[in-house]
Design a protein around this ligand. Structure first.
Ligand code: S3P
Length: 169
């Protein structure tokens, strides 16, 4: 059993992933951290060195490399489902859960977090909201292919558990 968490930057995939894994005693893998460990450099360094295209190739390979790990919760990067048929691949490798977020919430989380995100680093606070609205709209068709979805108003551990209990137990 493996569960992939998908959703936009700032939706809380890593935070919830850790909590869920902890709750069920499962392993937790953060795909971006996994990529950084494989490459020996950080995500911003990968973008700077190989551009987004090079990052997407590495992201794809990292995803394939964890496809046989069992009993695991995987937090993917915000763009992972949107390239290289990754969403289809995740749906065939396991269960997928989309964590939704409003553009305002995502913007606030992105601006207050320490994580460096190459795709949004050049936007001012005002520009960022508009960027997220458009970008999120273009990515939603991929996120919506997830088997399960948790909406912004339901972001509580008990709601995750309600969805995941039948899958995990
Ligand atoms: C990206 C999201 C990031 C990271 C990279 C690209 C994206 O992950 O993979 O900066 O394309 O949305 P988070 O969703 O964890 O921020």
């Amino acid at each position: 059993m493996r569960i992939f968490l998908v959703g936009y930057m700032g939706s809380g995939k890593s935070r919830w992933g850790k909590m869920i894994a902890n709750h069920y005693g499962l392993r937790f893998i953060d795909l971006d951290t996994h990529i950084e460990e494989r490459e020996g450099i950080t995500i911003p360094e990968i973008f700077a060195k190989y551009n987004e295209e090079g990052f997407r190739e590495r992201e794809k390979r990292a995803l394939q490399s964890i496809g046989d790990i069992d009993n695991v919760i995987i937090a993917t990067g915000g763009g992972a489902p949107c390239f290289n048929n990754n969403m289809q691949e995740m749906n065939s490798l396991g269960e997928t859960l989309y964590i939704e977020g409003t553009p305002e919430l995502l913007r606030d989380r992105i601006t207050s977090s320490k994580t460096e995100r190459p795709l949004v680093k050049n936007y001012s606070q005002d520009e960022l909201l508009e960027y997220i609205q458009n970008h999120l709209n273009s990515r939603k068709p991929f996120y919506e292919q997830a088997k399960y979805k948790i909406v912004t108003g339901d972001l509580e551990l008990e709601n995750f558990i309600q969805i995941l209990d039948p899958i995990i137990n």
